[in-house]
Design a protein around this ligand. Sequence first.
Ligand SMILES: Nc1ncnc2c1ncn2[C@@H]1O[C@H](COP(=O)(O)OP(=O)(O)OP(=O)(O)O)[C@@H](O)[C@H]1O
Length: 387
Amino acid sequence: MVLNDNSSVWTELLDGPGRLDRLLRQAAIRHGFTYSIRSIWGEKRRWMGAVASIKNIKNPIGQTTVPGNSTRYTFADIIGRSPRLQNAKRLAELASRSDSTVLLQGETGTGKEMFAHSIHNASNRKNGPFVAVNCGVLPKTLIESELFGYEEGAFTGAKRGGRQGVFEQANGGTIFLDEIGDMPLDIQASLLRVLEERQVVRVGGQRPVAVDIRIIAATNKNLVEEAAGGNFRPDLFYRLNVLSIDIPSLREREGDIMELANYFVRKISNRLGKVVNHIASGVKFLFQSYDWPGNIRELENIIERSISFCEGTTITLEDLPEYLKRKQPVAGNYSVADLNLRHLEEQAISEALSKFDYNISKVAQALGIGRNTLYRKMKEYEINTGD
Ligand SMILES: Nc1ncnc2c1ncn2[C@@H]1O[C@H](COP(=O)(O)OP(=O)(O)OP(=O)(O)O)[C@@H](O)[C@H]1O
């Protein structure tokens, strides 16, 4: 397992080495990595307490999915009813019906890879391969041969008979170019050629090989700004920016936070074989006021950590990492009692909405208030209507 100081894998600070170990071990096993304790305790002592998002620890060549369709997600797995997310899903569903290039833009952890899987699985290429390449971690020395393949004798150590690159491996299916904004400039020119001609020429070869591929690219960078700064080729940007879909951050999807949190509690407690089925109101309040820079991945990691440390059936503030506890909102203009009452009211409304599937009449009836009062309170607490 390779832990890289510069990567965004270190998403959370924890309290102690034992906990770090356990969480890393669980995550590593889940993602099929071999976990070696020495890789942490050697030079990485100063990272003590960090939890890696193992998903980001790609193998050295950056290819995250082997050829053959090993996608895990469909649209049904993408949780959230906020209007922004629903809109992104609608666009992605439409995109899955065509063969055009898709560009997924969104912050880290917002679900871009889930969208890419879902588009592939809903497309008529679903029985073909889905090959994911992380353009940000491909070492410069390997990048061309990994992408475009090589002919026998192309360089010292080249395999007999040569090797297919990922574009050839994805033939008949979808190639997912993750973190496209991190692709080195010199490779961007070759990539543009492949996108334009739908042909690859292997390193050390001359013969173009036709590839029938659907391209989905993803980035957490603003490619317009990257292009303006000279880090991304504008012509490649235009070639990729055909069906562009913005995946909203979690803080822009406030109504989704608790739905996702509850979903992860169910899923993760099942997986860990623990009976944890509630989230304390203080935690909910904190979740709703936090700005989630790591988005859904961060929420998922926090729930996993909390369930691991939870000694009862309810996740409490005690189970949260220190850095999050420190973010507890201050009372502002409200007294603590007011704040608690407001919070309880907000919580009751959110729970009723979720229980009655956003049926306003039923929710109002259950809460013993009129529909107009309910709408007013939803507006006050910025709870969306679930449309
Ligand atoms: N809407 C969602 N519903 C359920 N789980 C989600 C959702 N969005 C993201 N996740 C989960 O959050 C984690 C991060 O998602 P994903 O890897 O797709 O994000 P990403 O945008 O590709 O991240 P990065 O840019 O860092 O590669 C995954 O474990 C995924 O299952």
